[in-house]
Structure formats: C-alpha cells, structure tokens
Design a protein around this ligand. Structure first.
Ligand SMILES: C[S@@+](CC[C@H](N)C(=O)[O-])C[C@H]1O[C@@H](n2cnc3c(N)ncnc32)[C@H](O)[C@@H]1O
Length: 275
C-alpha cells in the first residue's frame, strides 16, 4: 500500500468507528478540509497516527466533545457578511412582519454569534417578541459557549463595523456590557433563542420554519450531504419561506434550485416559490 492509501484507510476506519460508537456521520464531509481537522485533532491528542485515535473513540467518554469541536470549524462573527443582514432586513423582514409568529432555524450556529446578531436585528424591527430562533449545532462545546453569550472584547471593532454595515439602527454597545476582556450580550436577547443539538448528517426536521439560515456549513460537506441538508431545509420551510446560505454556498447544483428564486445578486438569499 502507498502511504496515502494507508492514510485514507486509517481515516475511513476512524470515521466508521465514530459512526458506530456515537452515530455521528462524518463520512460525507469534504475530505480536504476534514483531513486538516483530523491533523489538528492528532496534534491536540498528541498521537502519531489516525489509527491511534480509534481507541479514544471507543474507550474515552471525554473524547467526544473534543472531537466534535475539532472536526468542524467553529469560526463565526457577529453580523458576519454584513450585506447578508442588509438583504435580510430589506427583503425578508417586511414579509415576516405579516406573520403573528415567526420560526427561524439557524443550522450550524457555532458559538452563537449569528443567533445573537439575528436577535438584535429582530429586536430593532419590533419582531423579537414573536420570534422563536432555533439555533442548532453538532458541537456540544460550541452550544455551551453559545448559551453563555460572552465573547472576547478584542473582536469588538470588527463586530461594530459589521453591525453598522448591516444597517444597524443604533450602536452595538446598546446590546452588551463589557467586563474585563469580554463582552456579555444582553440576557434579554436569549429569551427567544433555543440552543440545541442537531446533526445535519442524520437528524430530521423538527418544526415548520419561516426562515432557515445555514451559513458557512455546507461548504464543509460533500455534494451528497449538501443535498440532504437542502432537502431538509425545503421540508422545514413554509411556502414562500426564506433560505440564507453562506457566501461560497449555493443551491445551483441541487434539485432544489427550481423551487427557489434568488433575491439578491450579492448574497445567496432565496425565497421558496409557491408550488
Ligand atoms: C464555520 S461554522 C458557521 C457558523 C455560522 N453559521 C456562521 O456562518 O458564522 C460551522 C458550524 O457548523 C457546525 N457543523 C458541522 N457539522 C455539522 C452537522 N453535521 N450538523 C450540525 N452542525 C454542524 C460546526 O460545529 C460549526 O459550528
């Protein structure tokens, strides 16, 4: 066997071990980025080979949250890609205002920055009281951080600038207090957010949604898993519901493309057509 064949065989065994022990399926993740993440995980665990990770999968309960954290990318920002939020404000908010209750699913919410950004936007539009924001992720560690709503203050300049570019109506400092090196978001924002575990590779739809955001998540999946997710979002969305994806993501190559119209040239924001 060539070295890369051995590497791929070990990786497959590792992924199958995770699947059989915990039911988490990483086999349909894009391989390039997954390999980089596994390399980082090996370094964190101080092991030489991927095969050395397999016993941890079976015999170390503490390995699971660490593994989930390291096999996926948790990077996020408040008001990340500000023109996305601007488009959301312009295109979706006037329609969402016509519903008595609004269900929103943020799939792959990482440490919660996106959920709090959306809560702020909804508050400014007078919609937060009638919104349920279901913010889900595969990583329990990320969800714990998300529930806290506390972020390093060093990010604040970026967040401030994003907020203003996103069409923020006041200033971001109205929504947090700074303590030492951290900013703690206004706890009232949390009242409409439900953080919970959900695995896009295996779990199903849990509620009817008016808006689904799954941004910068599909990029880590292969085509088959991307299609599974897009079908899932379609199943969850009401007729004429809205779908927001990440800047490098698209529905163009999926069968769902015929069911949606794109609302902006600048950002992948879609509306489900009436059948
Ligand atoms: C780069 S972050 C995106 C965060 C945020 N949506 C944004 O755009 O800033 C990707 C998130 O997807 C999550 N993720 C990866 N695989 C997942 C899966 N199978 N089910 C649910 N979430 C997953 C990761 O844990 C991570 O928090």
């Amino acid at each position: 066997m060539m070295l890369n064949e051995i590497y791929n065989a070990e990786l497959n065994i590792f992924l199958e071990a995770i699947k059989s022990r915990y039911g988490y399926d990483f086999t349909e993740y894009a391989r390039g980025s997954l390999k980089r993440r596994v390399r980082d995980l090996k370094a964190v665990m101080g092991v030489e080979t991927i095969a050395d990770l397999v016993p941890y999968v079976f015999h170390n309960e503490e390995f699971l949250p660490l593994m989930l954290e390291h096999l996926s990318v948790q990077f996020s920002e408040m008001f990340r890609d500000p023109h996305f939020y601007k488009t959301l404000r312009q295109e979706a908010i006037p329609i969402l205002k016509t519903y008595p209750q609004i269900n929103i699913w943020i799939a792959g919410c990482a440490n919660g920055e996106e959920a709090y950004s959306l809560a702020i936007l909804l508050k400014e539009e007078g919609l937060l009281d009638r919104a349920n924001i279901y913010a889900t992720d595969i990583s329990v560690n990320a969800l714990e951080k998300a529930k806290e709503g506390v972020y390093p203050i060093e990010e604040i300049d970026v967040y401030d600038a994003n907020y203003l570019k996103a069409g923020g109506k006041t200033q971001l400092s109205d929504y947090y207090v700074s303590r030492y090196d951290f900013m703690a978001l206004d706890p009232s924002l949390k009242e409409s957010i439900f953080f919970s575990e959900h695995n896009l590779a295996v779990d199903g739809v849990f509620c009817e949604m008016h808006l689904v955001l799954c941004r910068n998540v599909l990029i880590y999946f292969n085509r088959k898993l991307q299609n599974r997710c897009l079908d899932l979002f379609d199943e969850a969305l009401i007729r004429e519901g809205f779908l927001g994806l990440g800047e490098k993501e698209s529905i163009n190559l999926s069968k769902q493309r015929k069911n949606y119209c794109r609302l902006s040239d600048e950002t992948p924001f879609f509306r489900k057509k009436v059948e």
